[in-house]
Write a protein that binds this ligand. Structure first.
Ligand code: GDP
Ligand code: MG
Length: 176
């Protein structure tokens, strides 16, 4: 890789089962893996060339246990993706908690890293519990980006989310 291509770190947060691993694996490999070990927490790397700019994207797919230290990703991340499933009210309530702790950390540390609220599983429209308006309203409350997506359909749904947050990271770092 080009020695001076920048590194950007993105972390995925959210309740177990919302599709963090599915979104991560889809972004890295373009494939939808139906059953991914829920106990795995790992970081993956992808080289990107966006609009002629090379970069190295590192994605941390988290698995939060009771005793996990949130500082492991809070310090590390340049951008945050807080994921819920549009079919789960409980995961949406959990997303609010993640938004609260992330934004509180950023404020306390005078950081301006972008945060995106991501409603996943829009292929399951008939089981939808959280409307797009409700998702958007929560995102606005935390001044975060908002996306709805699916890991189960075309790659572009997932790519749009990652590229959207990468653009904001570039802007925030003055790289663009
Ligand atoms: P995680 O615990 O947040 O990492 O969630 P996983 O990525 O392991 O996904 C949990 C379950 O939801 C798995 O059975 C996935 O196949 C499924 N899943 C993840 N994303 C989607 C999606 O966009 N659409 C559908 N229909 N299922 C999904
Ligand atoms: Mg997982």
């Amino acid at each position: 890789r080009n020695g001076n291509s920048p590194d950007y770190n993105i972390v995925l947060l959210g309740e177990l089962g919302v599709g963090k691993s599915a979104l991560t694996v889809k972004y890295i490999t373009r494939r939808f893996i139906m059953e991914y070990d829920p106990n795995i927490e790992d970081t993956y790397t992808k080289h990107e060339d966006i609009d002629g700019t090379e970069m190295c994207i590192h994605v941390m797919d988290t698995y939060d246990k009771e005793d996990s230290d949130p500082l492991r990703y809070l310090r590390w991340a340049d951008g945050f993706m807080v994921v819920y499933g549009i079919t789960s009210r409980q995961s949406f309530d959990k997303a609010r908690e993640y938004l609260e702790s992330v934004t509180q950390y950023l404020k306390a540390n005078s950081k301006d890293s972008p945060v995106a609220l991501v409603g996943n599983k829009i292929d399951l429209e008939r089981y939808r519990q959280i409307s797009k308006v409700e998702g958007n309203t929560l995102a606005q409350e935390f001044e975060s980006l908002f996306f709805e997506t699916t890991a189960a359909e075309e790659f572009e749904y997932v790519e749009d989310v990652f590229h959207g947050i990468i653009h904001e990271i570039q802007r925030e770092k003055g790289d663009r």
